[in-house]
Design a protein around this ligand. Structure first.
Ligand code: ZN
Length: 134
């Protein structure tokens, strides 16, 4: 697998509306996209920091994975997303062979039209890891 860059960092927040003033007014970033990913029961907001993006994740339902995360851990760092150049399905095959546990057995559609898949933090040194491609 060939990783070209950190695509984004995902931060869990109870409310995007309440989190945005910090990122926009204090840090000076601009939110350029807000969208809901229905199958993940999550609303996302994207901000650009140079080459890297920050993805704020707000649950849209109490049974959203983000709602469960917030309940257990509170707001904060949720996942890192790496851009892979040679395809997410290809990367999944390789890492699974190497003993990494997959959350997504196959790529699915994430925010911003990316193909994404998550790797389980139990096998990725404690960091929930997303692989993505355009
Ligand atoms: Zn993400």
């Amino acid at each position: 697998m060939k990783i070209s860059k950190i695509e984004h960092l995902g931060f869990a927040v109870p409310s995007i509306e309440e989190a945005l003033p910090y990122y926009e007014n204090i840090l000076g970033f601009t939110c350029y996209n807000i969208e809901t990913v229905e199958d993940q029961k999550v609303k996302t907001a994207f901000l650009k920091v140079g080459e890297v993006k920050i993805e704020l994740l707000e649950p849209t339902s109490p049974d959203s994975p983000i709602a469960k995360f917030l309940e257990k851990r509170g707001p904060g760092f949720h996942h890192i997303a790496y851009a892979v150049e040679d395809g997410v399905s290809n990367a999944l095959e390789q890492v699974e062979e190497a003993g990494i546990r997959l959350i997504d057995k196959a790529p699915r559609k994430g925010a911003e039209g990316l193909n994404i898949a998550f790797l389980h933090p139990k096998t990725t040194q404690g960091i929930l890891t997303e692989l993505c491609e355009k």
